[in-house]
Design a protein around this ligand. Structure first.
Ligand SMILES: Cc1ncc(COP(=O)(O)O)c(C=O)c1O
Length: 352
């Protein structure tokens, strides 16, 4: 072993879903949106001369557009390179206590990676046997902060605004981050609570409902004091986070609300159709408010289905973690893609 090895920061990285380089596949493994971004985005003419210059470190154009969209002042919005970047900055900024931060045992698998890397103590709080968050587990406990997605991932299960308010209210001394990556697919946001509770931070992404995973845009919303602390950390780390093309295209997307609502509704309709079809095929499907469903089959293992689908060029996500290794997380594609998936599943099941 080289002497310098002992000085290396060793981390166990997050493993992103596969981005296969094969043509003709049906890709339902990373919760992307099957519909392209708004036509307004396609029509933008980007002046390549802009590339000479650094982008606006304040990301003002996009911060202002997001603030206006949500009816907020701009000092309540922070924009970053996807919500992964925003949440990583939020961990650095808000979770600086010796007490453990709390998040569910089954949740977005990046949270423990950031916590490990930043030496933030944490505790994974078990979901109940129905895969739901138990509110009482987050109340009356000393902790260094709380984070969970609503709807949760990979379960897709949504909790109510009242449910979350109780947790935020019971933890006034620490920051509670609600990761609303999937909230547009049928959930009610806790956004109005940021004016009522000074310890609440909400994160969002353009990767799912806005169909722009490739541009890497995410944002946080909170009171101006918390946003200022987040910016202080950002400027201590990397001041030019978002590139100038993403700033311009992201801003156009926010302006086309009709297209946004239409495509989100299409995804919801397809999700409801697919859920019923999957149940008919013998799947248990958790109630989803997201652009994916989490399902297990009564006879076939998660891995068997995963491998069969992959052999048929259909990619879904399988996690080999305890409690969920029999489940598949299936992103909602177009109607045609989901019909092809149902047909493929039917073939496998009928051959039993
Ligand atoms: C719960 C949750 N939060 C955050 C993210 C990160 O999204 P992005 O970095 O693309 O904004 C994801 C992506 O899958 C997610 O599932």
């Amino acid at each position: 072993m080289k002497a310098w090895e002992k000085n290396i920061r060793k981390v166990t990285p997050y493993v992103p879903g596969e981005q296969p380089k094969v043509d003709g596949i049906i890709k339902l493994n990373t919760n992307e949106n099957p519909y392209g971004p708004s036509k307004r985005v396609e029509e933008i003419k980007y002046d390549m001369d802009n590339l000479r210059k650094y982008p606006d470190p304040k990301i003002e154009l996009l911060v202002d557009a997001i603030a206006e969209y949500h009816g907020l002042t701009s000092d309540k919005v922070f924009v970053g390179v996807g919500s992964d970047d925003v949440i990583a900055m939020a961990f650095m900024t808000y979770f600086n206590s010796d007490k453990p931060i709390l998040f569910p045992d089954i949740t977005y698998s990046f949270y423990d990676v950031w916590a490990d890397m930043l030496h933030i103590p944490y505790e994974r709080v078990p979901l109940n046997s129905d895969f739901r968050i138990v509110k009482e587990d987050y109340i009356g406990r000393e902790c260094g902060g709380i984070i969970f997605p609503n709807p949760n991932a990979p379960t897709g299960i949504l909790e109510s605004v009242d449910f979350i308010e109780e947790i935020v209210k019971a933890n006034p001394d620490v920051i509670v981050i609600i990761d609303e990556a999937y909230i547009d697919f049928g959930g009610e946001t806790v956004l109005p609570l940021i004016d009522k509770y000074d310890n609440l931070v909400i994160t969002r992404t353009f990767s799912k409902s806005r169909s722009m995973a490739g541009l890497r845009i995410g944002y946080a919303m909170a009171n101006p004091v918390l946003i200022k602390y987040l910016n202080d950390v950002k400027y201590s780390f990397n001041s030019y986070t978002l590139n100038s093309l993403s700033i311009i295209l992201g801003t156009e997307s926010v302006k086309d609300d009709a297209y946004f609502k239409e495509t989100v509704q299409k995804v919801i309709n397809t999700r409801e159709w697919f859920t019923e079809e999957a149940k008919k095929l013998g799947f248990r499907v958790l109630p989803s408010s997201s652009n994916f469903v989490f399902a297990e089959h009564e006879k076939l293992s998660g891995n068997e289905i995963f491998e069969y689908l992959k052999a048929n060029k259909i990619y879904v996500r399988h996690f080999s973690s305890p409690r969920i290794d029999n489940f598949l997380r299936i992103s909602i594609g177009t109607d045609e893609e989901m019909k092809a998936l149902v047909n493929c599943l039917r073939q496998q099941i009928e051959a039993l």
